[in-house]
Ligand binder design. Structure first.
Ligand SMILES: Cc1ncc(COP(=O)(O)O)c(C=O)c1O
Length: 385
């Protein structure tokens, strides 16, 4: 007899489909285009800085809300890129990845029964995050192929119960970058309804085709009501290091810091020092990163399109949502399983980015943050479709 020891809350969500696809990929010796982690080395500067910090015995707990050096580096970076003035003493919390930043932020500001607006499709974690903090998710659709939202639908989602809206731009899984006009609609609604915005800007530097990233917090009236979440995982190709951060007004930050302290105490101390060093790199690093991914995006787009997928060209991040309905009648989960088991390429079924109970998406997500060799191996296997 199996004893069920899971809490009611834990029963409300399953394991991550994305991380599950990585495990399946290993089992079938596939090429992993499912989980968004680079399979190439991180920049030398960040690795050397981490080694130096370890050798200098930066081994003990950092200050709970982040080492002074990293907070100072974040302030300088936000000023240089967005002209934002952040107070390092009262407005920053360094966390264990953007993942912990998001759950700490939600736990700090949301009461049970509050509604949180989430654009769908959405990064898988937001669903369980809402459940963990007893929030009620209100989904607003981003519509393929352009992934635009309907203004009236968004307006209708704001009710007297709305506490916060999550805005992820550049967006996983669609590659959408919210335009200034769209962000203005969101900010106008937040101000009108006294709603907080929690932004996930982890792909801020991975942008294509002259598209610009605009932090929602820079719009009029938004600085005091926005929690800006970011991290080093994607920008510096170190997803395993687990360093992220939240920027918010002092009265919001004080709550986030308490939750963060009792959840994790703090993020890895020597890696915070390395992140601080890396953030001082020049603008060329970020321009090169975007160029580097643009070539990979175009390569994978061509392969997928030639094989028969229909793809929307991503403006940012490192994913392609690909419609496979011209290739197969299978559901998206079955298609993703078929692709990894029979063809040896791992993707993520589109429905894992949709609210529970949504109809089949007819799409799978591929990521292209991989070496040219990996992408070429995937291309060879996909050509056999
Ligand atoms: C939109 C988004 N936010 C957050 C994360 C995770 O960030 P971190 O590694 O900093 O926890 C991911 C990872 O794929 C992501 O796509």
């Amino acid at each position: 007899m199996t004893i069920n020891r899971e809490s009611i809350k834990a029963k409300l969500f399953g394991e991550s489909v994305i991380r599950g696809m990585t495990r399946l990929c290993r089992e079938y010796d596939g090429v992993n285009l499912s989980q968004g982690f680079p399979d190439f080395p991180a920049p030398g500067l960040i690795k050397e800085s981490a080694c130096k910090a370890v050798m200098a015995d930066v081994n003990q707990y950092a200050i709970t809300w982040g080492s002074a050096s990293l907070r100072t580096a974040i302030v300088a970076k936000m000023r240089s890129f967005y002209d934002m003035e952040i107070d390092s003493e009262t407005e920053i919390t360094v966390t264990c990845g953007a993942t912990e930043a998001m759950i700490s932020a939600l736990l700090a500001v949301v009461n049970p029964g509050d509604e949180v607006i989430i654009f769908a499709p959405f990064y898988e974690n937001y669903g369980p995050d809402a459940i963990i903090c007893d929030a009620v998710p209100r989904y607003v659709q981003l519509r393929a192929p352009d992934w635009n939202f309907d203004r009236a639908e968004l307006e209708a989602a704001f009710t007297e119960k709305t506490r916060a809206i999550i805005v992820n731009t550049p967006h996983n899984p669609t590659g959408k970058v919210f335009s200034q006009a769209e962000l203005e609609i969101i900010s106008e609604l937040c101000c009108r309804h006294d709603v907080l915005a929690i932004t996930d800007e982890i792909y801020e530097h991975i942008l294509y085709d002259e598209v610009r990233h605009l932090p929602l917090a820079t719009l009029p009236g938004m600085a005091e009501r926005t929690i800006t979440i970011n991290g080093i995982s994607k920008t510096y190709s170190v997803t395993g290091w687990r360093i992220g951060y939240c920027l918010a007004a002092p009265e919001i930050t004080s709550g986030i810091r308490k939750i963060h302290d009792f959840l994790t105490v703090g993020a890895p101390a020597p890696l915070q020092e390395a992140a601080a060093q890396m953030m001082a790199c020049g603008n060329d690093y970020y321009l090169d990163l975007a160029k580097f991914y643009r070539v990979k995006r175009d390569f994978l787009l061509k392969i997928l399109t030639d094989v028969g997928f229909r793809c929307h060209v991503p403006q940012g991040a490192y994913y392609i949502m690909a419609d496979f309905q011209a290739l197969s009648d299978l559901g998206d989960l079955e298609f993703a399983h078929y692709l990894v088991k029979e063809k040896g390429v791992a993707s993520v079924p589109g429905s894992s980015f949709l609210p529970p109970g949504e109809p089949e998406s007819g799409q799978v997500r591929f990521c292209f943050c991989k070496t040219d060799e990996t992408l070429q191996a995937a291309a060879q296997r996909l050509q056999a479709l």
